[in-house]
Design a protein around this ligand. Structure first.
Ligand SMILES: *Cc1c(COP(=O)(O)O)cnc(C)c1O
Length: 411
């Protein structure tokens, strides 16, 4: 089955109790049972079933299975947000005294989380450029996981998943990939060698900008070293599934970051059109980038431009696509603001992955707390404009951006 067919007819799309074509919305807190023996078995994981929505819900399970199938995973857990997914995944394998190696230019919330984790004794080492060699150089006996985004934004650095995994696996360390900006339409990190994939489903998977959510997908292939990964030592009997089992039955369930059933439903129906949307979004982004690249006075950053430092990965890792995000430098903050204000067909909003085109000036919003060094690593300057390209008619987007840029020439 190819991608779009799988979205609609894959294993995870059927089997609902009355033949519903979509998962029923189980908007409940708890599930009642025939007998106390029955509920005991559910709690003891001896019987399939549901007890309480924080620890399991059929609508959420349907969405988990759908994403798991798309990523080629062994199991998935949905969370209340992308940040909740990253937090739960990390705390499942890291404890005080442990170290994480991470790429640079990460999502601002993730950088903030790594700072918070310092107070719990979990230290993060950031690599300016997270290559295979950089990982080899930074790994030590305290390293418990490598964390990277597949395509960072707005810097658009692409992680060499196969190379990083080589270095990580030599040292028995897993690679966790935040693939939010890529989506399984563009790339499937588990098939490239990564061990765990994380998404903020708030973005492209949902697509309509109508609910916050996250998901963690375990590849189930990593051979945990229980002497090293002591956070998982109580789950040794589960072998390669130790991460999934601790995540679901312990860390995630106790941190309390479950996905709301209605959000799971909205994200499920959003994901049905992921292929169609991503194809259009990537084509629009590519055409907008090529058009703006011809406009004097601005510099465009987009992966399919041949001059882009990570261009080679478009073919090798991203299926020929450049994703939905581009940015450009306008020359000054004043001009960046003037361009944004002169646009007619965009929303000024701090989100990505919507079907509507969204723009923002990252330096004065998303990175307002970042240091100049963190900003530079994230590819954010005083004059950077970030665009999350939508599905509008491309002619309208090109005309709109061109008039806004040309109208502010004198600034
Ligand atoms: C948005 C985002 C997150 C955080 O997700 P939320 O759903 O907002 O909590 C994490 N990583 C990336 C790459 C994101 O774009």
């Amino acid at each position: 089955m190819r991608f779009n067919t799988k979205l609609l007819h894959g294993k995870s799309t059927s089997g609902f109790e009355s033949g519903q074509t979509l998962p029923p919305i189980s908007q409940v807190s708890a599930f009642s049972h025939e007998s106390m023996e029955d509920l005991e078995k559910v709690f003891d994981h001896k019987k399939m079933g549901f007890a309480y929505t924080r620890i399991g819900n059929p609508t959420v399970a349907a969405f988990e299975q759908k994403i798991n199938e798309l990523e080629g995973g062994a199991g998935a857990v949905c969370t209340s947000s992308g940040m909740s997914a990253i937090t739960s995944a990390i705390l499942t394998v890291c404890e005080s005294g442990d170290e994480i190696i991470a790429g640079s230019g990460l999502y601002g919330g993730t950088i903030g989380l790594f700072h918070d984790l310092e107070k719990l004794g979990i230290h993060t080492v950031f690599a300016a450029d997270l290559t295979e060699d950089a990982v080899r150089g930074l790994i030590n006996e305290k390293t418990r996981l490598i964390f990277t985004e597949l395509i960072s934004n707005p810097s658009l650095k692409v992680a060499d998943v196969a190379g990083i995994t080589n270095a990580a696996h030599e040292a028995h360390v897993p690679l966790f990939v935040d693939s939010t900006t890529a989506t399984p339409f563009i790339s499937r990190p588990l098939l490239l060698g990564a061990d765990v994939v994380i998404h903020s489903t708030s973005k492209y998977l949902n697509g309509g900008g109508n609910s916050i959510g996250g998901v963690i997908v375990d590849g189930g292939k990593f051979k945990w070293d229980f002497e090293k990964h002591t956070a998982l030592s109580g789950f040794k009997k589960y072998g390669q599934m130790a991460f999934s089992v601790r995540l679901r039955t312990d860390v995630w369930q106790n941190l309390g970051g479950c996905m709301a059933p209605m959000n799971a439903y909205l994200s499920y129906i959003g994901t049905d059109t992921l292929g169609l949307r991503m194809e259009r979004i990537c084509s629009n982004a590519d055409r907008l980038a090529q058009a703006l690249d011809e406009v004097p006075g601005i510099t465009v950053n987009y992966l399919t431009l041949k001059s882009h430092p990570y261009h080679r990965f478009v073919k090798s890792e991203l299926g020929g696509y450049g994703g939905g995000i581009l940015s450009f430098r306008a020359g000054s903050k004043a001009r960046a603001f003037a361009i944004i204000n002169a646009l007619k067909y965009v929303c000024i909003a701090s989100n990505i992955g919507d079907i509507r085109t969204l723009v923002i000036h990252p330096a004065s919003t998303l990175y307002v707390q970042a240091s100049p060094e963190e900003m530079a690593a994230a590819g954010v300057y005083e004059d950077t404009v970030r665009v999350s390209v939508g599905i509008e008619d491309i002619e309208d987007l090109i005309e709109d951006f061109t008039q806004a840029i040309e109208g502010s020439k004198d600034l």
